[in-house]
Ligand binder design. Structure first.
Ligand code: NAD
Length: 297
């Protein structure tokens, strides 16, 4: 459905997630102004009708709303530094959907508002399929009136748009969810492995698990045993990406003095896989590695 009020929207970071999200905004009739350091990513969006920029500062000057979907804290920080130092149209609302620390989200809000702009943190869950099918969940932190202003735009890219509270609370929610996701992947992997080692058929046991009290999203939709969940075959969540989030989680937990024994153990296990050169593998591949290991206590 086309939006009645088409907007001038900037989009910085057109990777696996951002490319689909920007394309969905075009489908709804918005005018897109885009930037990415990858020429290929820019060309793909240009063929769909977006205007490509060579500087984020020029992009920001032509946009009422600016989204960013960038890899990590340092890239997001540097991109906003450039925009803030060159200036933008005063009422512009910046929406960062990257997964970054709540602390950086709060600092971006302060720096942008000191120049007269507005800021929301709006990280997402749903992965690349969710970005492609416009079914993402947005977790939004910031002033509620800004949230209400951008809600109709977020609805072009997502199915569930949830207001989480003040600046940084979107990122706080996102990091907690991803810690749970990573922990549950390890839990399901060792559970499936234990079942198979005892002689159970993985298909039979997965059916039992998914209709019993151990059921969770990972066991049902992203089961690490090949052939059980279709999504595991098509989606990819690299270990390096999930571990980046676990690193952010560890820092947040330290800052609020919250114990996360399972989160830290999960972080340690994924870090050791990265140090073995496996950072590019899917995070469910931890099951393949467990399959080859022996019991130790
Ligand atoms: P990606 O690496 O596919 O895309 C990042 C894009 O940013 C790339 O196109 C890259 O060229 C571009 N880029 C890098 N530095 C830049 C700069 N200085 N200026 C402009 N563009 C720059 O990553 P992704 O999977 O799309 O993830 C983006 C963000 O979304 C990350 O913060 C990630 O944690 C988060 N996220 C990812 C997923 C997922 O399943 N992939 C799910 C939810 C959230």
């Amino acid at each position: 459905m086309l939006q009645r009020n088409a907007s001038q929207i900037g989009f910085i970071g057109l990777g696996n997630m951002g490319g689909h999200m920007a394309s969905n905004l075009i489908k709804f009739g918005h005018k897109l102004h885009v930037y990415d350091i990858s020429n290929k990513a820019c060309k793909d969006l240009e063929t769909k009708g977006a205007v490509v920029y060579s500087k984020t500062s020029d992009l920001a000057k032509n946009s009422e709303f600016v989204f960013s979907m960038l890899p990590n804290n340092s890239v997001v920080d540097a991109s906003y530094d450039e925009i803030i130092s060159y200036g933008f149209n005063k009422p512009t609302i910046f929406i960062d959907s990257s997964t970054i620390s709540p602390k950086l989200a709060k600092s971006l809000q302060k720096r942008i508002s000191s120049k007269g702009g507005r800021f929301l943190d709006a990280p997402v869950s749903g992965g690349v399929p969710g970005a492609e099918q416009a079914t993402l969940t947005f977790m939004v932190g910031g002033f509620e009136n800004d949230f209400k202003t951008v809600e109709r735009i977020l609805q072009c890219m997502g199915k569930r748009i949830i207001y989480c509270g003040s600046h940084g609370m979107g990122q706080a929610a996102k990091l907690c969810n991803n810690m749970m996701l990573a922990i549950s992947m390890l839990g399901v992997s060792e559970t499936m492995n234990l079942a198979v080692r005892q002689g159970l058929s993985p298909k039979v046991f997965a059916e039992i698990l998914n209709s019993s009290t151990g059921r969770c999203w990972t066991s049902e939709f992203y089961n690490p045993v090949p052939g059980i969940s279709p999504l595991t075959q098509t989606n990819k969540v690299p270990i390096s990406l999930i571990n980046k989030d676990l690193e952010l989680v560890a820092n947040v937990a330290r800052s609020v003095n919250s114990p996360i024994p399972m989160g830290l153990l999960t972080h340690k296990i994924y870090s050791s896989l990265i140090s073995q050169g496996l950072g590019g593998r899917d995070f469910s591949d931890v099951y393949d590695l467990m399959e080859k290991e022996n019991f130790s206590y």
